[in-house]
Design a protein around this ligand. Structure first.
Ligand code: MG
Length: 233
C-alpha cells in the first residue's frame, strides 16, 4: 500500500466495480453462498453421477483447477452454461441476503458509476440485490455471459470489462492510467489481474491478510466509508 494512498477520492471519474458473492453481501451471510453451492453440487451430481459427497469434492476441485465450477463442467463434462444456471438459480432452493439500508446509502453516496462485475449469471446478483433493496444504486451487471463464460481471474474477463467501459464512453481508449476503475472483491486471486492492469484494488475480506500490492483492505463493504476522501468534483 502506497504511503500516499491514504484513501480513495470519491469523485465523478470513478468506476466502482463490485464483485457480488461475499462482497456486496459479506462473510456474515455466507449461508447465501452455501445455498447456491449446495445447488451447484446437486447439478454436479446430476451430471457426473455418484454420491452427493463425491459431487461436492468435484465442485471444489473444479473451482480450484478451473476458476469456477462451471468452467470445469464445461471443460470436462460438456455442460452448457444456461443449463447450469437455470438449474442452480431455481429460487425455491436458495437463500438471499437480507435488506441492507446502510449499504444502499453507502452505494448512493459513491460518485461516478457503479456496476457489478460477477462470475455468476446476472439473474443471481440481480435477485440478491433486489432482496437487499440496493438494486437502484447499481446501474448494471457485467456478468459471466458478457465475459463469454470465461470469468475472473482470466485476463479476457478484465479485457472485456474494459472494452465495455470504453464502448460506453466511460474509459478513454488506450489510456495508460486506469486507476479510476476501483474493483472491490473478496477474492485475492480475482483482484490480482486488476492490479496488474492498473485498476485500484480493494480487498473486502475479514479472514485473510492483504499482500503489499493490494491498495486497500477492508473487512466488510460498509468499511469502504472510512477509506473515502470526499471531493467536490
Ligand atoms: Mg466473491
Amino acid at each position: 500500500m502506497s504511503a500516499l494512498d491514504i484513501g480513495i477520492r470519491n469523485d465523478a471519474s470513478k468506476i466502482w466495480l463490485f464483485d457480488y458473492d461475499l462482497t456486496l453481501y459479506g462473510e456474515e451471510e455466507r449461508f447465501v453462498l452455501n445455498s447456491l453451492d449446495h445447488r451447484i453440487a446437486e447439478f454436479v451430481q446430476k451430471t457426473v453421477g455418484g454420491t452427493f459427497d463425491r459431487a461436492t469434492e468435484i465442485r471444489k476441485d473444479y473451482l480450484v483447477r478451473f476458476g469456477t465450477t462451471l468452467a470445469g463442467l464445461m471443460a470436462m463434462n460438456g455442460t452448457q452454461p444456461d443449463d447450469f444456471f437455470d438449474f442452480i438459480h431455481e429460487p425455491e432452493y436458495l437463500i438471499y441476503p437480507k435488506v441492507a439500508p446502510e449499504k444502499l446509502s453507502l452505494l448512493q453516496s459513491l460518485k461516478g458509476r457503479r456496476y457489478v462485475f460477477t462470475n455468476g449469471r446476472g439473474d443471481w446478483s440481480r435477485a440478491g440485490m433486489a432482496h437487499m433493496q440496493i438494486d437502484s444504486a447499481i446501474e448494471d451487471v457485467f456478468d459471466l455471459r458478457m465475459m463469454n463464460w470465461e470469468g475472473k481471474p482470466h485476463a479476457s474477463a478484465y479485457e472485456k470489462m474494459e472494452k465495455w467501459l470504453v464502448s460506453h464512453g466511460l474509459l478513454a481508449p488506450k489510456t495508460s492510467d486506469k486507476s479510476q476503475i476501483v474493483l472491490l472483491e473478496d477474492s485475492l486471486r480475482n483482484l490480482e489481474p486488476a492490479h496488474e492492469r492498473g485498476w485500484t484494488t480493494v480487498l473486502v475480506n475479514p479472514n485473510i491478510q492483504a499482500p503489499a500490492w493490494v491498495d486497500f483492505h477492508i473487512p466488510h463493504l460498509l468499511n469502504l466509508r472510512e477509506k473515502l476522501i470526499e471531493s467536490s468534483d
